[in-house]
Design a protein around this ligand. Sequence first.
Ligand SMILES: CC(C)(COP(=O)(O)OP(=O)(O)OC[C@H]1O[C@@H](n2cnc3c(N)ncnc32)[C@H](O)[C@@H]1OP(=O)(O)O)[C@@H](O)C(=O)NCCC(=O)NCCS
Length: 150
Amino acid sequence: MSAIVVRPATAEHLDAWASLRHQLWPELSVADHQAEILDALSQPDRLAAFLGIDPAGRVVGLAEASVRTDYVNGCETSPVAFLEGIIVDPPVRRQGIAARLVAAVSDWARRQGLSELASDAELHNTVSHAMHAALGFEETERVVYFRRSL
Ligand SMILES: CC(C)(COP(=O)(O)OP(=O)(O)OC[C@H]1O[C@@H](n2cnc3c(N)ncnc32)[C@H](O)[C@@H]1OP(=O)(O)O)[C@@H](O)C(=O)NCCC(=O)NCCS
């Protein structure tokens, strides 16, 4: 078991948190991620984030989750917890850090009184599919999004 500590994310790690977020969602700038993080920290009942921190104090993993009150494909209850994003630094992957981050998210969701944790992944992200399966998620649906200009 790696010596990573998993704990709730705080503004103390704003820069590292925003950097991991930017790797997950590069369409937003780091500054925009910092603004979103500060907004998220003001809504602890709806949004949660956990960091994996190594013995040197480096942030090496992030999981974010929300309470979704809109319909979530494949779920049987509403609201549900939703794993919005998860990322682990490449050098420390396959050491169980994502598993521990998801365990922290699950504990948080149970404390919110929720009974389902949902998630999604892009079709090509087979590593993410494997991680979800390994961590007890079952695949529910595959969907294609569309848009048109009006
Ligand atoms: C997906 C990701 C978060 C997994 O993080 P991780 O800390 O390496 O995952 P864990 O070590 O906790 O792995 C848990 C289990 O998931 C499965 N798994 C994880 N990575 C895998 C891989 N590359 N290939 C196959 N199975 C994998 C394994 O069953 C693993 O257990 P095992 O190592 O005992 O076999 C990490 O690969 C990552 O950051 N990827 C890029 C970002 C991303 O795609 N995030 C998901 C967006 S939906």
